[in-house]
Design a protein around this ligand. Structure first.
Ligand SMILES: Cc1cc2nc3c(=O)[nH]c(=O)nc-3n(C[C@H](O)[C@H](O)[C@H](O)COP(=O)(O)OP(=O)(O)OC[C@H]3O[C@@H](n4cnc5c(N)ncnc54)[C@H](O)[C@@H]3O)c2cc1C
Length: 849
């Protein structure tokens, strides 16, 4: 719950009492506008409150430092109330006084003068909301220590960062205002407002690590509280991981608040707008990302809790850490800090641990201003150290790109389409409202659930349990179903057919039926959606939109009879099983499918299958139950009537998985690409699809829309490459400049964008033609998209890898895997030459007309 600033006052504690008469004399002489006819003058101490407890919720952590309104352990703060007589009656003027604490204090930790200087400069020259300051009294003889007096702000302070009692949308507004205020503070040009000499900007983290390590050593050991050796491990790690950007006074350095968090902000009494940033005693110049990381610590405090489990409705509306960070980066014009985020968070925890250890030491000596509460700070310091060390060990601490918060779209092409659609409602490729809504939902799902899991999925796929399924994959599938992001690939006409065949008797309820049959999107509409899934190699299967299942489901939807659909299509639509498509053979050139040799021979009520297939994608997956096998039922029929397709139970006797094949060393576990032998595999005659000799016909149907999906995903993969490339270029310095400032990079980047947009338009055009003209008439444009998409994606991803240097070739980023997948699609989706042949043939035909 928010507290009114006026709620937070109490009686002046004995240890903090001073000569109020001397103060009044000083105030009368130095505070502008102080009532001349004074009726009453009172001094109340701003109460030190119990900080939010460290709870299982990750949204609260104990405040390590004071705020103006008192939950801290540092500068005592007082509310002065002057009741006077004015022309229009009684006046009540309120002021706030901040002073140094009495007794021995930590080096430079209570810099009243600094607070005053910063507040004065910001108030006079910037739009950063701060209370107005009236006077600084450096003379300790007045009230025992130096102090300053500032304006009292009537407003609200949110003490608990989980914002209990607020509606979800207002919680979001509070966080957005917080991020924007921090950005405003970081945008201040300190040189132009006289704060240029407040501190050194370069080597801030290095100096801070050394300083807080020193401070920790001063507060612990020998006759002081016990020293935790893990603190030195942490300091050692930090010293080895100081970000390169810290070494110079470049972009990203400037004014640092030093204690920026929601409860150091005064919000407007009724609006969700910050009217004052308070508690500036740790402000200085330096690396501003430290402020940013510190302001997100409440997201980190329980790093084992997922977004879902952190409080349900109570935290609804609170953004994820990445969303808050994206708001900040956007408002501050800063690159996404993925590369060094681990350092900044670990450093923030380290610093708090050192501060807490200092408070605890002071408590043992009897002069901590937090009273008895300070007795716990020693334990809390150790907890911060543990959390920091635990955090350092995490493989993935931030998505590798900023999320699109509040439905904002990530790339300018889409932003443009959206504004076009809302302003004019027309245009060649303007996504419909339905698509825009689905796409926003999908973008959020990717950011919340897929990107954060990538590295864990990848680790499992490299371990000796590589051919098992990560439990999170199944959980996310259920979540995708609930969110209506399931089977979106199903074209409207196929869904209509399935609805007729499957209605009621197979799928229990109409609602469930509908959920399994997608959202009724056209191929063009799906193009906008599928592209986003293509940004992660792990995403498509989470939404039941991954190859080869989509192609196989399409075959069953179009060509399967009712029984075949019941047995195989329904579990595939449910996502309960997976499937493979076995056409390619090692012994023959399979881009020409008339070459295949696998035999499907009828014997009574069975077909007997003999042959070897390879590159059957998905067949290694432990959930794979169905193989659609293409073979020959009649070796003497006309060339295109010899082939048939048959449904084979992957566990039927005689089906032998021989080995997984590798693509540039990636085996794509847990789905894999298998070499399989079929040795006298007996399959009931009912399993033949459409009838003997219809295999080629089915292949044409399967390879139409299904293969365009690859192109859509490739556009998404290239988009991901662009984003990673730009982030890296903005954040990494070579030879004195960021990569983004190097001329050669700029033209390469622009060329990538040009190619990407051209290919995206081609893919959308192909999808549109598929909808309007059908598979056959659209084949020229589809072929163009198939040639263009992988080649474009390869160039963009190659450039992205180049910008990443050696890291780009490693598996530390997704780039090399995306590149390997794109490269395989110049063959796996039919070799380029075959598509080029189609395009050229059509071109020549046109010339002959
Ligand atoms: C990662 C991956 C996944 C795959 N998944 C599957 C799957 O699930 N199911 C499946 O059945 N298959 C799958 N394949 C196999 C893929 O479909 C075939 O590799 C592809 O059809 C080419 O067949 P091929 O390898 O026999 O090459 P070939 O037919 O031997 O062709 C070799 C080369 O000959 C040249 N060429 C071919 N045709 C022409 C032409 N008309 N003009 C000029 N040059 C030409 C091209 O350079 C071509 O690359 C996959 C392949 C990969 C790499």
């Amino acid at each position: 719950m928010a507290r009114q600033t006026s709620d937070l006052q109490g009686r002046v504690q004995a240890a903090h009492q001073f000569d109020e008469g001397a103060l009044l004399r000083y105030v009368r002489a130095n505070v502008e506008g102080f009532p001349s006819k004074l009726l009453k003058f009172t001094v109340a101490q701003v109460r030190e409150r119990q900080p939010p407890l460290m709870r299982s919720s990750c949204l609260s952590f104990p405040a390590p430092h004071p705020t103006l309104f008192g939950h801290g352990q540092s500068n005592p703060t007082f509310l002065l109330e002057a009741v006077g007589e004015g022309r229009s009656g009684t006046l009540v003027n309120r002021y706030v006084l901040r002073k140094k604490p009495p007794g021995e204090i930590l080096q430079s930790a209570h810099a009243i003068e600094r607070e005053f200087q910063v507040l004065k400069a910001l108030g006079a020259h910037t739009d950063v909301p701060v209370p107005k300051v009236f006077c600084l009294c450096p003379d300790p003889s007045i009230i025992g220590t130096p102090f300053y007096i500032m304006e009292y702000l009537e407003g609200r302070i949110f003490l608990d960062s989980s914002l209990p009692g607020l509606a979800p949308e207002t919680r979001r507004a509070v966080y957005e205002a917080t991020a924007k205020t921090l950005a405003a503070l970081h945008r201040v040009n300190v040189d132009s407002i006289g704060l240029g000499k407040l501190g050194r900007r370069e080597n801030y983290c290095k100096r801070q690590v050394e300083r807080w390590e020193r401070q920790y050593l001063l507060s612990t050991g020998e006759e002081k509280p016990v020293r935790n050796p893990r603190m030195q491990d942490l300091a050692g790690w930090l010293k080895q991981h100081i970000p390169l950007e810290d070494y110079s006074a470049s972009a990203g350095t400037g004014l640092v608040h030093g204690d920026f968090r929601i409860d150091n902000l005064v919000f407007h009494p009724t609006e969700y707008e910050v009217i004052g940033v308070i508690d500036w005693e740790l402000s200085t110049l330096g690396n501003q990302m430290c402020d940013v990381a510190y302001s997100t610590l409440h997201f980190i405090m329980d790093i084992t809790l997922s977004a879902e489990s952190r409080g349900g409705l109570q935290t609804e509306g609170i953004p994820l850490q990445a969303e808050y960070l994206a708001d900040y980066c956007k408002a501050a014009g800063r690159p996404w800090p993925m590369e060094n985020w681990k350092f900044y968070i670990a450093f923030s925890l380290f610093r708090i641990a050192a501060i807490y250890a200092g408070v605890y030491h002071r408590w043992t000596m009897g002069n901590a201003s937090g009273g008895e509460r300070a007795q716990h700070t020693g334990k809390q310091a150790n907890r911060f150290i543990d959390i920091a060390l635990e955090f350092i060990r995490l493989a993935h601490v931030l998505p590798d790109q900023p999320p699109s918060v509040s439905g904002r779209l990530q790339n300018h092409f889409h932003e443009e389409s959206r504004s076009q659609s809302s302003s004019k409602g027309s245009g060649n490729f303007v996504p419909t409202q339905k698509v825009l809504e689905l796409r926003d939902k999908l973008l959020l799902f990717m950011e919340k659930h897929i990107y954060p899991m990538e590295s864990e999925f990848y680790q499992l796929a490299q371990s000796n349990r590589r051919w098992t399924i990560h439990p999170e994959e199944e959980r996310l599938k259920e979540l995708a179903k609930k969110e209506g992001l399931w089977n979106l690939w199903i074209p409207l006409d196929s869904a209509v057919r399935a609805r007729k065949l499957l209605l009621d008797n197979t799928l229990k309820t109409a609602a469930r039926n509908e959920r399994l049959l997608g959202a009724g999107l056209s191929n063009l509409e799906y193009g906008y959606i599928c592209e986003i899934m293509g940004r992660s190699v792990w995403a498509p299967q989470i939404f039941n939109c991954g190859p080869p299942d989509t192609g196989n489901m399409e075959v069953l939807l179009r060509y399967g009879n009712k029984e075949q659909q019941k047995e195989w299509l329904v579990p595939l639509l449910e996502g309960n099983i997976r499937s493979g498509f076995a056409m390619t053979e090692p012994r023959v050139a399979s881009s020409d499918a008339t070459n295949i040799e696998c035999s499907i021979r009828r014997e009574g009520n069975f077909y007997v299958i003999n042959g070897t297939k390879w590159w059957t994608s998905g067949a290694m997956d432990p959930r794979c139950r169905l193989l659609i096998v293409m073979g020959k039922t009649d070796f003497n029929a006309p060339r295109h009537k010899q082939q048939s397709m048959i449904l084979v139970d992957a566990e039927a006797p005689g089906v032998l998985i021989r080995r997984p094949l590798l693509v540039f060393g990636f085996d794509d576990a847990p789905h894999g690409h298998a070499e399989i032998s079929f040795d006298n595999v007996r399959v009931p005659v009912e399993n033949i699809l459409l009838g003997e000799g219809r295999g080629f016909e089915i292949a044409q149907g399967r390879l139409g829309p299904g293969r365009l999906h690859h192109c859509m995903r490739l556009v998404g993969a290239a988009e991901r490459g662009m984003q990673l490339m730009v982030q890296r270029a903005l954040g990494r310095r070579v030879f004195g400049k960021t990569i983004a400032e190097q001329g050669s990079f700029l033209s390469d980047l622009a060329k990538c964008r040009v190619e990407l947009e051209a290919t995206r338009l081609l893919v959308l055009e192909a999808a549109d033609q598929l909808d309007r003209l059908g598979n056959k008439k659209a084949r020229g444009t589809i072929a163009m998209a198939k040639v263009s998409a992988p080649n474009m994606a390869l160039r963009v991803l190659d450039m992205a890898m180049q910008v990443h240097g050696a890291a780009g070739l490693s598996s530390d980023t997704v780039l090399s895997h995306l590149w390997a997948t794109a490269r395989s699609l110049r063959i796996a989706d039919g070799p380029d030459e075959v598509h080029l042949g189609t395009i050229a043939k059509l071109e020549l035909q046109r010339a002959k007309l």
